[in-house]
Design a protein around this ligand. Structure first.
Ligand code: GLC
Ligand code: CA
Length: 559
């Protein structure tokens, strides 16, 4: 297995708006990030992924870009950005930026030109079609609700937007669009950034003719995404991008790709295909939902184990996994997969153990390292996320009772992850001296960075230790993975092995106590406990272990 810095590193995602506000306007900013770099250094992460910081009208918090070569005024200036890159490099950290090129903002100059007339040179930068008898060109639904088409008065045609109407899709069929994107990427890479996280990158190629999608009973717009996910030319585009741009730099790339299985993933990340290094799949993110994210579903531990095991098998030797359990689009990890009340600390540590010891590169989302939880604002007025607000309006119109809507929002809204990082117990959690753009989670007095730093048993120090273990033990990065006790519905246990080194990871996934039995065929002479989230007796055997709620242990097995 070839050694690479992006396989050995640990990534930390910053959502700048909610990270740290340096000037009291209630919005996190680049200077704020600079001030907290030593904190991140202390944690031990060495790759930072910045969610978008480009100029944007913020219809979707920066995922709607109006100028790719300018910094959003609220976040600072290009000098601040250059300073941030330099400060990170000074500390031995790499920085990767979000690349949002499936769509732009409708306020991007390309789109302003494009919509101005049918024969404008920029017309073909976007996807314009005539309507069908006063109706949109096809039945596709936007992923943020309503039709995926918006009628534009000026020229009497519709443009496609898979996300909000302020996020028109770029037309990747047009070679000039691709050239513009590659130019812009080079411009950033030449500033010294170390890679890209590519937003919904497997949606850039749409099926020719844009046919109607399947429609479910009672639905007005089709949720069928098979005509634009993993589309016919996506690999051609990515190979071109790789050849023209990526291959000329020592960088890392990770694509956000809904709707991929390991077989499909191989086409994106196989070392020999020269496309991307890693991708984010959604199989774990879909384990606890039905057809939409708003409808919960009970899941079993064996299903979760199958997902990770399948992805390991699918990509081993030929690709590389990325590991995440939360980000800016998902509920908080501890609320979702652990217990955010009685066993918050134990379960956050257990999940972190999994995240750092599976094969692949771990991604930590800001606040996760102190066990931040979901939030439950009482009124919709306190929510900011466009997806949440659109869904609320839609359900209200359908007559769904308020409590039902709010319960679903509390469970799954993207704003769960977007409340400000809780730095200390002063007003607004020390995030801002002003009024925060979104309220802080009221639990900040108990859960905050300053408190975590004072407590040697905190989740923070447990993360730090895991990151250190990963750095010091190549077996965690490059070892193979073998699931044991596959059928167990309480315990997730596996071995990681590299040459003569062998680690045993044992995780009790729930509150109920469980009994671990080491399979007979696993032999060892001696053992050494590397980390655990409960005190463990020094001479305790491991053939049989009664596990406490959410207990996690890693042992080194010696001959
Ligand atoms: C990705 C981003 C999400 C954004 C969407 C549209 O899924 O992670 O935050 O809303 O793309 O850009
Ligand atoms: Ca600010």
């Amino acid at each position: 297995m070839e050694r690479k810095w992006w396989k050995e590193g640990v990534v930390y995602q910053i959502y700048p708006r909610s990270f740290y506000d340096s000037n009291g306007d209630g919005i996190g900013d680049l200077q704020g990030i600079i001030r907290k770099l030593d904190y991140l250094k202390k944690l031990g992460v060495n790759i930072i992924w910045l969610s978008p910081v480009y100029s944007s009208p913020n219809d979707d918090n920066g995922y709607d870009i109006s100028n790719y070569r300018q910094i959003m005024a609220e976040f600072g200036t290009m000098q601040d950005m250059e300073r941030l890159i330099a400060e990170m490099h000074k500390r031995g950290m790499k920085i990767i930026m979000d690349l949002v090129v499936n769509h732009t903002s409708d306020e991007h100059p390309w789109f302003i030109e494009s919509r101005s007339s049918r024969d404008n040179p920029y017309r073909d930068y976007y996807i314009w079609r005539k309507g069908k008898d006063d109706q949109p060109p096809n039945n596709w639904g936007s992923r943020f609700g309503g039709s995926a088409w918006e009628y534009d008065q000026t020229t009497g045609e519709y443009y496609l937007h898979l996300f909000s109407r302020k996020q028109p899709d770029l037309n990747w069929e047009n070679p000039r669009v691709r050239e513009e994107v590659y130019d812009m990427m080079r411009w950033w890479l030449d500033k010294g950034i170390d890679g890209f996280r590519m937003d919904v990158i497997n949606m850039i190629s749409k099926v020719k003719g844009l046919p109607d999608g399947r429609i479910k009973k009672g639905e007005k717009y089709s949720k069928d995404d098979s005509y634009y996910i993993n589309g016919p030319r996506v690999h051609e585009y990515l190979q071109e991008m790789n050849k023209r741009v990526l291959s000329h730099y020592d960088i890392m790339t990770v694509g956000e790709t809904p709707g991929v299985t390991p077989e499909i993933a191989r086409k994106y990340v196989d070392f020999d295909r020269n496309e991307l290094n890693m991708l984010f799949h959604f199989e774990l993110m879909e384990i606890d939902r039905q057809s939409t994210k708003w409808k919960p579903r009970k899941w079993r531990l064996t299903e979760l184990k199958e997902i990770f095991t399948k992805w390991y098998e699918g990509l081993k030797e030929k690709g590389w996994n990325s590991l995440y359990m939360s980000n800016h689009d998902q509920p908080r990890m501890v609320s979702r997969f652990g217990d955010d009340r009685k066993y918050r600390v134990e379960s956050a540590k257990m999940l972190a153990t999994l995240l750092h010891t599976l094969p692949g590169t771990p991604y930590i989302y800001q606040g996760e390292e102190i066990g931040m939880t979901n939030v439950a604002f009482e009124t919709i007025a306190d929510y900011r996320d466009i997806e949440t607000l659109n869904w609320y309006r839609e359900k209200k119109k359908e007559g769904v009772p308020e409590e039902k809507i709010m319960a679903a929002i509390h469970r799954t809204s993207r704003d769960n992850a977007r409340t400000p990082v809780q730095w200390d117990d002063s007003p607004n959690a020390g995030f801002t001296g002003g009024v925060p753009w979104i309220k802080v989670n009221p639990n900040y007095k108990e859960i905050n960075v300053s408190r975590a730093l004072k407590d040697p048993d905190s989740i923070f120090y447990y993360y730090r230790k895991l990151i250190k273990l990963r750095k010091e033990n190549p077996v965690i990065v490059y070892g193979d993975y073998k699931l044991i006790l596959a059928e167990d519905e309480n315990i997730y246990a596996y071995l990681r092995r590299l040459e003569n080194d062998s680690l045993l990871v044992i995780l009790n996934f729930f509150t109920r106590p469980a009994r671990f039995h080491l399979p007979e065929d696993i032999e060892y002479g001696d053992k050494e406990l590397l980390i655990s989230n409960y005190p463990v007796e020094k001479n305790e055997g491991i053939r049989e272990i009664p596990l406490r709620p959410y207990e996690a242990r890693i042992y080194r097995l010696k001959k």
